[in-house]
Design a protein around this ligand. Sequence first.
Ligand SMILES: Nc1nc2c(c(=O)[nH]1)N[C@H]1C(S)=C(S)[C@@H](COP(=O)(O)OP(=O)(O)OC[C@H]3O[C@@H](n4cnc5c(=O)[nH]c(N)nc54)[C@H](O)[C@@H]3O)O[C@H]1N2
Ligand SMILES: Nc1nc2c(c(=O)[nH]1)N[C@H]1C(S)=C(S)[C@@H](COP(=O)(O)OP(=O)(O)OC[C@H]3O[C@@H](n4cnc5c(=O)[nH]c(N)nc54)[C@H](O)[C@@H]3O)O[C@H]1N2
Ligand SMILES: [Mo]
Length: 699
Amino acid sequence: MNSPTPDSTHTVLGACPHDCPDTCSLVTTVRNGIAIKVQGNPAHAHTDGALCTKVSRYTERTYHAERILFPLKRTGPKGAGQFERVSWDTALADIAARLSSIVGRGKDAAQAILPYSYAGTMGLVQGESMASRFFHRLGASLLDRTICATAGGAGLKHTLGGKVGMRVEQFAHAKLILIWGSNSIGSNLHFWRYAQLAKRNGAKLICIDPRRTETADKCHEHIALLPGTDAALALALMHELIRNDWLDHDYLEKYTLGWDALRDHALQWPPARAAKICGITEDQITALALDYGGAYLRGEPAAIRMNYGLQRVKGGGNAVRAIASLPALTGAWRHAAGGVLLSSSGAFAVDRGALERPDLLKGRTPRTINMSTIGDDLLRPASTNGGPAVEALVVYNSNPVAVAPESSKVVAGFAREDLFTVVLEHFQTDTADYADYILPATTQLEHWDVHLSYGHTDALLNQPAIAPLGEAKPNTQIFRELAQRMGMTDPCFAESDESLCRLAYGDAVDFEVLQRQGYCTLPLPDAPFATGGFPTPSGRCEFVSERLAAMGLDALPTYVPNHEPFGSSKEFPLAMISPPARNFLNSSFVNVKSLRDIEGEPLLEMHASDAQARGIADGQTVRVFNQRGEYRVMARISARARPGVVNGLGVWWRKLGLAGTNVNEVTSQALTDMGGGPTFYDCLVEVKPFWPAAPVNSA
Ligand SMILES: Nc1nc2c(c(=O)[nH]1)N[C@H]1C(S)=C(S)[C@@H](COP(=O)(O)OP(=O)(O)OC[C@H]3O[C@@H](n4cnc5c(=O)[nH]c(N)nc54)[C@H](O)[C@@H]3O)O[C@H]1N2
Ligand SMILES: Nc1nc2c(c(=O)[nH]1)N[C@H]1C(S)=C(S)[C@@H](COP(=O)(O)OP(=O)(O)OC[C@H]3O[C@@H](n4cnc5c(=O)[nH]c(N)nc54)[C@H](O)[C@@H]3O)O[C@H]1N2
Ligand SMILES: [Mo]
């Protein structure tokens, strides 16, 4: 905001980089070159001057005593976490030599190199700009970045046409809000503010979630369905809307595709059928239909806030399709405060081509590896995955050893002695423990970036507030220097971070506005689909999708049972979900002590009946296991868990959890119906008390 003068205090405008729908506008106070405070920008409507507990502690994370401040080279066995300090020169020269020796083996050999990254920062510049240019120029394997949202993303695309929907601020004016698969208070706090405004104005709030979350506590009703059964519930809702003729026939006629087929399909889903599958009562379904249909009859706006929690199961894409279809049945889209929102990121015109430069592939078509199956992929021999075995891995903005499913495989892959691994990080994470080199990366307070949001429709700019700590460098700079050492002379490798920030939106966003106020609101209509205009091929809300049919999938939104359906295994009778912990952000912040202290220790919430049946007492250490593995955790007997479902909260760092394990020991690498996404919440387990004296496999 104002420029630094020596020995003075000034503030700098930034953006929260974390993988969260809120993407807050930040104001950092800097005194004598040190960031002393990070606050929410009061001028930014969505942030409203307030931050979550995590990010309000951002200085604690930035100046953490365990920040990686120098390049480190491995000295012990893989995974032991033993490193020595080396110079940038030594590290970059060795890494460049190792990568060059792979590339030099001939045509397509570079595919043995794999970048692995996700949304440690959501920044468009410190994410896939210079990094992608570097890997494209090499001809390295491509990474399919599926670990979070691709099933739901595909579901939206094949229904509404993209990651589009209601404007989040409009939720404040809704009269009915379904909070579907979202713990808003924990993971989308700034949306919750709008929901509360609506509640104060008389809106009814209904939470649909297997877990009784803190959000469910504050809603008028909670429907605790079994994980992975949302499509059955949505189809039964349609059944009731049809049976009662709570339908906007004019909207259906003009702005939807395939209504007759969907109608026939939904009529096969009477509430009794869905109730059995969902593990809820028929009355709950008919009451929900009355609420949704009633809003239509009264001419009141009904809004649905979905989140990605519900698409981490085999039928995740279809579930999103079924739910995203609902507003078209009642014409809820006619209201600015009606419709559905899962992600708003499709509203941003990001010039990814300019940032990532896929043209540097120069006609080569490297194979693509799905990040959600990294365990299997690292263990695959040559030629079984469309190319050579992975020999070099460059990890940035991600902690796969903690967050990827089926840890035993992931750990075995990372432990391969013949794998050369480079990790760009702030901290010595579980993944960094397996690195040959750890390279110190800057945090958001130390670098430039530009952001979109998947929970609102404002673009943001992040300007550096302080100089890089120690010898840390931005991801972009690390790839620039590697490119230079590998003889990449294209001018695109010399572009500065500030230029990359300007490139991201081109003329679509006014950079001067970004610089002046930190954010820029996209000019969008309030009721985007009031008269159709969906970005689908037909321009309509597509109940029937030709594109899905062409891919051999069901053309209609369908209930697809889980890979591991509840009740299908005697050996592993409990369904486990592992939703986010409120004070962590995936595995980020687990090492910030004040936040870890709030979370206490890794917890497994269990219903009293399930605990009693297993002789488990509250606070006791338990083993959670299945055919894939076992992790240890403290049992919390709690009404937050419904019978039959256990909630393993948060992705803890393995080394900070019990017995060096976390929830992903038991999750599977099976994928979703569309989008190739992971199925973290489609997971059957058994739970037993842990008796230290007993042999581990005594179950
Ligand atoms: N504090 C905090 N905030 C976060 C994150 C975090 O780790 N911590 N993670 C961020 C990330 S990466 C993302 S992708 C976003 C969104 O991430 P999401 O994972 O969508 O976040 P939540 O809204 O917390 O969780 C979804 C809710 O879905 C519920 N759920 C699980 N299975 C099912 C199901 O089958 N059906 C239904 N209806 N509900 C189900 C869970 O109990 C949980 O309450 O949040 C982001 N925000
Ligand atoms: N069991 C289970 N597993 C899950 C989930 C779940 O709900 N249950 N959620 C899944 C979801 S939704 C997601 S999105 C994934 C998330 O998985 P990841 O994207 O791997 O997210 P994080 O665990 O937050 O790890 C990000 C890392 O990036 C680092 N980082 C941050 N900024 C920078 C930077 O500027 N430069 C560099 N070099 N590094 C940086 C951080 O220090 C951190 O260690 O996890 C998934 N895993
Ligand atoms: Mo995510």
